[in-house]
Design a protein around this ligand. Structure first.
Ligand code: GZL
Length: 317
């Protein structure tokens, strides 16, 4: 065989080897469809930032992100679109607990695994989702009462509930009322929804004050954004938030800490939104064929106003 033919053959073999390695060497792309609730609160914004920014750390992750503007029907539409696009994994946070069973069945039939983060669905068949990660909302409600008792608070309580039908609002309300049974020093005189938003929290507090005014001793707001809206309403009414009306809320966001530093909010119960790292670790493990835990609960603390100034610089959301 001529020398030139041997060299040509060697070049071809090398090219084929290089191509084979490059195809096998590059990690397989994983296409993730994520349906987010919306942008109703600072907590949700931090959660979205975590989901989007963390995806950029994985060269093999392609994220398709959809914002449902707090409408479950938009989530169902987005999830059907992800199924039609044959994504590898669907991630989502359900606005409310119910109404998702049909689309979850469609994802299962299409062999697309579903990872749920933060809020949860209420379905009988738990094979419709692979894993859930997020806070224990019932325990968050219990922590609120434990703090109120520890501080020696007593009197009439106004409860400002989150989005009606959401697992966050249902769980927090459940834990709160479960603990109150043993504490007759508290009487819940008002309980209405502020839908987890600042503006609706302000409106809700205006209605509370119109109905009960100075009879309200304590406000429990299911999230910081509603508490901040309520603080504005209380000040406009001529009372001192954090003094005339004690206030406790859940999330522990930057603005919650700022309100505590200003003496207008007495305590925040932490609910951590930074679920991006956990979510993509689960995606990678799932695609690598590893078994995932059915449930992963976030560990969280309680921050009274006295520690706000020192703790604030350490906060990540
Ligand atoms: C709780 C989360 C709630 C936050 C709110 O895990 O779903 O939704 O408490 C957010 O701030 O809107």
């Amino acid at each position: 065989m001529k020398r030139s033919s041997i060299v040509f053959a060697l070049v071809i073999v090398c090219l084929v080897l290089v191509m084979a390695v490059s195809v096998n060497g590059a990690a397989k792309k994983i296409v993730v469809g994520f349906s987010q609730i919306g942008a109703e609160s600072a907590w949700r914004t931090a959660d979205t930032e975590s989901i989007i920014s963390e995806a950029k750390k994985y060269p093999n992750i392609v994220l398709k992100f959809s914002d449902a503007q707090q409408k479950p029907e938009n989530q169902i539409k987005a999830m059907r679109s992800f199924i039609a696009q044959k994504v590898d994994v669907i991630g989502f946070t359900p606005v409310v607990e119910t109404g998702y069973e049909p689309v979850l069945r469609e994802a299962k039939r299409a062999h697309i695994p579903v990872i749920i983060i933060d809020r949860m669905v209420d379905v009988k068949d738990n094979s419709l989702w692979v894993t859930h990660m997020g806070s224990d909302m019932v325990e968050e409600g219990r922590k609120v009462v434990r703090f109120m008792v520890e501080k020696g608070w007593k009197g009439n309580v106004a409860e400002m509930v989150g989005t009606v039908g959401s697992s966050a609002a249902i769980g927090r309300h459940q834990g709160f009322n479960e603990m109150l049974k043993d504490h007759p020093e508290f009487k819940v005189i008002l309980s209405e929804s502020g839908n987890f938003t600042r503006s609706e929290g302000k409106q809700c507090m205006e209605a509370f004050l119109k109905a009960q005014g100075k009879n309200i001793n304590i406000l429990f707001a299911h999230n910081d954004d509603m508490a901040i809206g309520a603080i504005q309403a209380i000040e406009e009414y001529g009372l001192k938030p954090g003094v005339d009306i004690k206030i406790i809320s859940i999330d522990a966001t930057h603005d919650g800490f700022q309100a505590m530093i200003e003496g207008k909010l007495n305590c925040v119960v932490e609910c951590n939104p930074l679920l991006g790292p956990q979510f993509y670790e689960a995606v990678q493990n799932l695609m690598a064929g590893k078994k995932l835990p059915k449930e992963t609960v976030t560990k969280e603390g309680v921050f009274p106003m006295e520690v706000a100034k020192d703790v604030m610089p350490t906060r990540k959301y």
